[in-house]
Design a protein around this ligand. Structure first.
Ligand SMILES: *Cc1c(COP(=O)(O)O)cnc(C)c1O
Length: 378
């Protein structure tokens, strides 16, 4: 059988090992050093908008620190997009706070501004105004940032942007991760660029960046001995891994182009198929990195389900995956509040993520096309 075709696998550019070698040559084998500083500078330049970036051990760590910096504490409520990966929501519980989940809208699959506003009003009327809002740019698709930013501003609530899947995506020309009070990036193995594991917190001021770094390095006070006035974390990025990140930055835009080609590839395959839609930008205001290409299947029209396609592809050794299961449907969050309707639930029931890597060969693309066409000919 052919080699497995993965949903999204690491794609090295070539210079990563040069930076890693430099770390070894200079013995900067620590969670600080020239590669960490260099990677932060690269990201700051790339994101623009006067961003200040702190590199961390993971995107989850960045979300956790964003909540700490937003002063989220025991029994606070934090609004979170329901349709997302669990890492968006878990850090809320690390703080002893309570997630309140909000449904998506159909244009971007991200947080619905109407349900968001309802959730805020309900919280305020109960005397428990939400402490923060976590929105996500799912699969690289920018959320409705004009509406969401306006709501956060109007109610003076901290906005945290989970851009873990959306590095390089833009909304009205502005990079995702730079809209909120804090932005979160991930460099996990399956993301658009990777350091094998890693993440970053995007801040608005140098002061909050320095505070994030302070918290990420055990919150050590300025004294010759080890003294602590606050609880800290061990969340800083390794200088070895930051070397991989520097190499990856050199090929980021090229890889985004290739991911977007994969999206085009699926648009071609499904263009005359009634009942199957490829997920694309709702207007030219949105530019998605198309981290993952996704489809939704209307079983009434096609006569088969997304699960049927998934199993057929798996039979041909091709990985595909259902969309994220909404958090309000997860057993672990079953007692959490939820504002919304059935949008995210329906997307979950009918959607599928397809192989989207920037490193898929033309032979692999042919295999994917062949396998899908057998499903469609059924
Ligand atoms: C990957 C991901 C994260 C977590 O990032 P890690 O670096 O794996 O901790 C958070 N949110 C979303 C939406 C993600 O896809």
């Amino acid at each position: 059988m052919q080699n497995k075709i993965w949903l999204s696998s690491p794609h090295m550019g070539g210079n990563e090992q040069k930076y890693v070698q430099e770390a070894f040559d200079t013995n900067w084998i620590a969670p600080l050093g020239p590669n960490v500083n260099g990677f932060e500078k690269d990201l700051e330049e790339y994101l623009g908008n006067d961003s200040k970036v702190a590199c961390l051990s993971s995107g989850t760590a960045a979300l956790h620190l964003a909540l700490v910096l937003a002063d989220v504490k025991l029994n606070d409520e934090v609004l979170c997009q329901s349709m997302t990966f669990s890492a968006s929501a878990n850090p809320i519980t690390y703080q002893g706070a309570k997630p309140v989940f909000v449904d998506s809208e159909l244009d971007t699959w991200n947080m619905c501004p109407i349900h968001l506003e309802n959730a805020i009003k309900e919280g305020i009327s109960k005397g428990n105004k939400p402490k923060a809002i976590i929105i996500v740019h799912l699969y690289g698709m920018p959320a409705k940032m004009d509406e969401i930013s306006a709501i956060a501003k109007k109610h003076e609530i901290v906005l945290i942007e989970d851009a873990a899947e959306a590095l390089g995506s833009t909304y009205k020309g502005q990079k995702c991760g730079t809209f909120g009070d804090y932005g979160v990036l991930s460099f996990n193995g399956n993301k658009i660029i990777t350091t094998s594991g890693g993440g970053a917190l995007v801040c608005k001021t140098e002061e909050s960046k320095q505070k994030a770094i302070f918290l990420a390095t055990q919150a050590r006070d300025n004294a010759p001995h080890y003294q602590h006035s606050e609880i800290g974390f061990n969340y800083r990025m390794s200088n070895v891994l930051a070397g991989i990140g520097r190499g990856q930055m050199e090929v980021l835009d090229k890889h985004i182009g290739l991911r977007r080609e994969m999206n085009q590839f699926y648009i071609e395959i499904f263009k005359n198929i009634e009942g199957i839609d490829v997920f694309v930008e709702p207007s030219t205001d949105y530019f998605s990195n198309h981290w993952l290409s996704c489809i939704t299947i209307d079983e009434q029209k096609t006569g088969f389900s997304s699960e049927y396609i998934r199993l057929k592809l798996l039979g041909d050794n091709i990985e595909s995956r259902p969309l994220w299961k909404p958090m309000h449907l997860q057993p672990v969050f079953k007692s959490s509040m939820y504002f919304g309707n059935l949008v995210s639930e329906k997307l979950f029931n009918n959607g599928l993520c397809l192989p989207s890597g920037s490193n898929l060969t033309s032979k692999e693309r042919e295999q994917i096309k062949e396998s899908i066409s057998l499903v469609l000919k059924r």
